[in-house]
Design a protein around this ligand. Structure first.
Ligand code: MBD
Ligand code: FE
Length: 304
């Protein structure tokens, strides 16, 4: 079919309204149908291919992997880039910590503590990690009482709640910054996540000649009244997947140095008897602007 013929069929489908519609939903769905018809035509998609694709989407739903497929196709990163652009256009202060995708593995309701926390339950024998920093505005003014929500994988790349072998809320905490805007935590070094090798996300990635690995990373939501909520992650520097992330989340400014400490005095100071890694990372938040919707995206999230 030529474009005019495709448009005629799509219009006939779009013009079957018998009552009030949600105009936004209707325009987007009408456009999706038209674009899908054009794709089927342009690629001469066979009926077998079409039904395989339809069944694939059902499989993604059944296996709860929609939240993996979306970052894997770069869509979640694209939404970040659009938000960056919208913030710039709205006059949001430049110079704050870069955002990057939330991903599908946040769980609401983690234990809250003041100033500091230990994230791990002691079961994981991975490398000891101390991370700390300050939450400030873009001029360096400390923000005390800011909420730093942190979550990360264990040394096998798995997240508590989704991995039933870990204790509840292992490696998930909410830390409220102290009078100087500081937070600090003790944890274990995460390992990079890999999508389930036999699931539908990897099935598609393999057809694209791609892997489903993420570099080791730590997630954050940083929230404070009067400021824009920051959704971000830091990467563990040196990971082989740092610039080869299946979810496209790596951004400049989010790869802090990792310092390794082995000196007895350093161990004594931290009260530990193993060498440890240390990461310093400050979060810089832009002020909220009246009339500009806050940056924490409303979406379905797990809770426990
Ligand atoms: C993750 O841990 C993650 O952060 C993302 C974005 C996707 C899959 C697993
Ligand atoms: Fe993650």
């Amino acid at each position: 079919m030529n474009r005019a013929q495709i448009k005629t069929v799509a219009d006939r489908i779009a013009n079957t309204q018998i009552g009030p519609a949600n105009e936004r939903v209707k325009s987007i769905v009408d456009r999706m149908v038209l674009d899908l018809f054009a794709i089927i035509e342009d690629f001469d998609v066979t009926q077998e291919e079409f039904w395989a694709a339809a069944n694939y989407l059902a499989e993604v739903g059944k296996s709860n992997e929609i939240g993996l497929l979306i970052p894997g196709l770069g869509i979640e990163h694209f939404l970040d880039l659009r938000l960056d652009e919208q913030e710039e256009a709205a006059g949001i202060e430049a110079g704050s910590t870069p955002r990057t995708i939330e991903g599908p593995l946040y769980v609401a309701g983690a234990p809250v503590s003041e100033g500091e926390a230990r994230l791990d339950d002691g079961a994981d024998k991975g490398e000891l990690l101390f991370m700390h920093g300050q939450v400030t505005d873009i001029h360096g003014k400390p923000i005390s009482g800011a909420t730093v929500e942190v979550w990360h994988a264990n040394s096998f790349g798995n997240y508590s709640v989704f991995d039933p072998s870990q204790s509840a809320f292992n490696l998930r905490r909410t830390i409220v910054t102290d009078a100087e805007g500081r937070y600090r935590f003790r944890s274990i070094m995460p390992c990079g996540y890999c999508v389930p090798p036999n699931g539908p996300t990897q099935k598609l990635l393999s057809k694209l000649g791609r892997h489903g690995n993420r570099p080791a990373h730590i997630h954050f939501f940083v929230t404070a009244p009067g400021y824009r909520t920051l959704t971000t992650q830091i990467n563990i520097k040196g990971d082989p997947y740092t610039y080869d992330d299946f979810a496209f989340a790596t951004r400049e400014g989010l790869i802090p140095e990792v310092t390794r400490h082995t000196a007895p005095e350093a161990l004594l100071e931290k009260g530990v008897n193993h060498p440890f890694a240390e990461i310093a990372f400050d979060f810089t938040l832009p002020h909220a602007l009246e009339g500009v919707p806050n940056a924490l995206i409303e979406r379905a999230r797990a809770s426990a």
